[in-house]
Design a protein around this ligand. Structure first.
Ligand SMILES: C[S@@+](CC[C@H](N)C(=O)[O-])C[C@H]1O[C@@H](n2cnc3c(N)ncnc32)[C@H](O)[C@@H]1O
Length: 382
């Protein structure tokens, strides 16, 4: 592999977060960025792909696109996979893991796509690399096949586990939010590092950890590993040097005033565990207190929260009462902005006021709206 080789790459992201991912890629200096539903494409060399894995806060995986084309039959798929120079990437003992998903296409069987892709890879390696045996006892080589509207993308998953798995969250409480969405809520809010931030129904503490990481300039992937670090074809690159450079850039002293509270003591003990596992125990304050009683003495700041959505009819009245309480919380803190995500279309009615700004986001498969209410800002307080 030549150090200057540039690959067409893509990041998968939840619907609604594509433009945030594109912004992150732009700030990393990447080129030829384009967005479509759930996907952002860009060009990158191997060291920058590693930097993406370490740095991207809002996307699920970073992939190299190895081939792309229209496939109306399994024979077309076999030919497309055979056109990839697998011998450049795969060492003789790597474990070739193929996963596939299909939607709205003539070839609609993920299982057949997996077996045909693997067969085509092995046939090519036999013919071009002269390999006869494939013990697959080495490191994983994760290949993804995405079939959508008869177009097929053959990709190499450079991340391995989803990037939302930062490593600090090991226990899930009641309806935790994904780390990538939590980071997006913080980033879409008026909060900037240096300002106070409070999540008054913090559950397991995900929004707090993500905000603290941003304030400390701590990259989300800093303490986890990525599939690409084990590939044979990336061994000529000093990826550890990139990790060390990112470690040196962290400054926990920049985290100021991040507060979390919840009515549930179990949630707070999980939040304490996660905040400790994220290395943030001295930087985030946590307390058991209902949001009806939250009263902070700083004049300005931002509330960012993911309150219960009341999806079951039996919970709806209670969650709508809580939205009303969020309005009272904002009234007690006139200099603070309040941002909340909910799937309940009656959120604004229950809150008692139209939001200043709204954005459609998805929490998993659930269509939600992110409501932003600006506080009366006193610029001298920052
Ligand atoms: C959807 S969960 C939040 C999950 C959180 N974002 C996480 O990542 O774990 C909603 C949280 O609101 C809390 N809650 C419900 N009523 C509350 C109240 N009156 N005051 C404070 N917290 C409350 C629940 O205990 C629960 O932890």
């Amino acid at each position: 592999m030549m150090s200057g080789d540039v690959f067409r790459c893509c990041c998968s992201a939840a619907f609604g977060l594509e433009s945030l991912v594109a912004g992150e890629l732009r700030s990393l200096g990447l080129q030829n960025i384009s967005t479509e539903n759930g996907l952002v494409r860009f060009d990158s060399a191997i060291p920058e792909i590693f930097r993406c894995n370490l740095s991207l806060r809002f996307c699920d995986r970073v992939m190299i696109i190895l081939a792309e084309g229209k496939c109306l039959s399994f024979e077309d798929l076999f030919q497309l996979v055979s056109s990839v120079p697998w011998e450049k990437y795969i060492h003789k003992d790597e474990a070739i893991n193929v996963s596939a998903h299909c939607a709205r296409s003539k070839i609609m069987s993920p299982r057949d796509c997996q077996s045909i892709t693997k067969k085509a890879i092995i046939e090519r390696l036999k013919a071009r690399a002269g390999l006869r045996v494939f013990p697959e006892t080495g490191v994983p080589f994760p290949v993804l096949v995405a079939v959508h509207s008869d177009c097929v993308r053959i990709m190499l998953n450079t991340s391995g586990d989803a990037l939302s798995r930062r490593g600090y969250r090991t226990w899930n409480g009641e309806a935790p939010i994904r780390e990538t969405l939590a980071a997006a809520l913080v980033s879409l809010s008026p909060w900037k590092p240096g300002m106070p931030l409070c999540d008054p129904c913090c559950g397991t503490g995900t929004i707090l950890a993500e905000a603290a990481f941003m304030a400390a300039n701590r990259l989300p992937g800093l303490t986890r590993s990525f599939a690409m670090e084990q590939f044979y074809f990336t061994r000529g690159f000093d990826l550890n040097a990139i990790r060390r450079e990112a470690e040196n850039a962290v400054d926990y002293a920049n985290i100021t005033e991040i507060y979390g509270s919840d009515i549930n003591p179990e949630a707070i003990s999980l939040a304490k565990r996660h905040i400790r596992q994220a290395g943030l125990e001295n930087h985030v304050s946590l307390s058991v207190i209902p949001l009806q009683e939250v009263c902070l003495d700083r004049q300005n700041g931002v509330f960012v929260c993911n309150p219960p959505y009341g999806e079951r009819l039996s919970d709806q009245a209670a969650s709508r009462q809580l939205y009303r309480e969020l309005h009272h919380l904002a009234d007690r803190h006139p200099g603070w902005s309040l941002c909340a995500i909910s799937s309940d279309p009656a959120f604004e009615k229950a809150y008692g006021m139209k939001a200043h700004k709204k954005r459609r986001l998805y929490n998993g498969r659930l269509e939600c709206t992110y409501y932003i209410y600006y506080g009366r800002r006193n610029p001298e307080s920052f």
